[in-house]
Write a protein that binds this ligand. Structure first.
Ligand SMILES: C[S@@+](CC[C@H](N)C(=O)[O-])C[C@H]1O[C@@H](n2cnc3c(N)ncnc32)[C@H](O)[C@@H]1O
Length: 323
């Protein structure tokens, strides 16, 4: 069994993906936002360390073999501040908190997830620094950009970069890349187009300011598609999948994913957003938490089924060497 420690754990999407393979067990998780912590703990026996990572001393973390971290991407994201490591809010520098822990704990494997744009950020300098830091600590880095709709059998257009880093060069040599798989899951497998949901999710005449409702009615003609309200206009997702879920889709109305059903035009529910990230239908959401917080948690998380496949590949490589 390989012990995993999870940082920037959010609701635990990466953790769930690894624990699907019996080789991995998450023994520690750190996340400083109490809301995703609540969701995490509702779905796990683990008690999350909810301090700021900057306060966490390595000797307070149980020993572990695998570091899991989808570190905050705001500083690297095109939608963010474009400031990278220099982000004045300090988010860009959080990567170095991971390096501090790696140096002290020397895990066998480091698994990192981030936005695809990490590669091009600051003309490639950000990505170069990350790679150099990992290599200096003795890791061989295997980067991959994977889209959930091609590699996770989930109808979401979500491209993310994954860095799988191995201390043992032999394990690295045995690591095989993921191959694309057919997209068999349909929108109707993750979105309930048939059942009437709570009224609050529906757009009705006069419910919102201006002519939003009229615009939606005019633009949304397909009952098997996902649309997005983009501040001033409605956009249909042409590829027949859900567009990338974002953390801000609960705020101010933009980026919200909309569907047309026989009961009316409505937002996707938080549960449907978690389904869109490949979470099991058994994944529980706290009942007393606002939708805005839940949308944020879903958008911030990962496509669990892509992580599961990666965890299986890592396990295969590890077992090939450590039989
Ligand atoms: C991109 S999300 C990762 C989500 C996670 N992979 C999941 O499956 O839900 C980054 C997370 O890092 C957390 N975070 C940001 N700064 C932090 C800090 N200084 N200490 C601890 N957690 C932090 C945020 O609250 C957020 O939940």
């Amino acid at each position: 069994m390989l012990k995993c420690a999870s940082f920037f754990a959010g609701v635990g999407g990466i953790d769930k993906g690894f624990e699907h393979n019996e080789l991995f067990k998450v023994v520690y998780a750190n996340e400083f936002d109490p809301y995703p912590v609540k969701t995490y703990e509702l779905n796990s026996k683990l008690k999350v360390d909810c301090r700021d990572i900057k306060e966490v001393q390595p000797d307070e973390i149980p020993d572990f073999d695998v570091m899991l971290a989808g570190f905050p991407c705001q500083a690297f994201s095109v939608a963010g501040y474009r400031k990278g490591f220099e982000d004045e809010k300090g988010r860009g520098t959080l990567f170095f908190e991971l390096v501090r822990i790696i140096e002290a704990k020397e895990p066998e494997i480091v698994f990192l997830e981030n936005v695809k744009n990490l590669v091009g950020h600051d003309n490639g300098n950000t990505f170069r620094v990350i790679n150099e830091c990992l290599e200096q600590n003795g890791y061989k880095v295997y980067p991959m950009v994977l889209n959930a709709m091609e590699y996770g059998n989930i109808p979401q257009n979500r491209e993310r970069i994954y860095l799988v880093c191995f201390k043992d060069e032999r394990v690295y040599q045995n690591f095989r890349p993921l191959m694309p798989i057919p997209l068999k899951k349909k929108l109707s497998d993750i979105i309930d187009f048939k059942t009437k949901v709570d009224d609050k999710y529906y757009y009705t005449e006069g419910k919102y300011k201006g002519d939003i409702y009229e615009q939606l009615v005019a633009a949304m003609d397909d009952e098997n598609a996902v649309y997005q309200w983009r501040r001033k206009y409605v956009r249909k997702n042409k590829s027949g999948v859900v567009p990338t879920l974002t953390a801000n889709q609960g705020e101010g109305g933009h980026n919200v994913c909309l569907i047309k059903t026989k009961h009316g035009i409505r937002k996707m529910t938080p549960h449907e957003c978690f389904n869109t990230q490949g979470f099991s239908k058994k994944f529980k959401l706290p009942k007393d938490m606002s939708d805005a917080r839940l949308y944020k948690q879903a958008g911030n998380s990962v496509c669990v089924s892509v992580i599961e496949r990666l965890a299986d590949k890592i396990a295969e490589a590890y077992k090939a060497v450590n039989a």
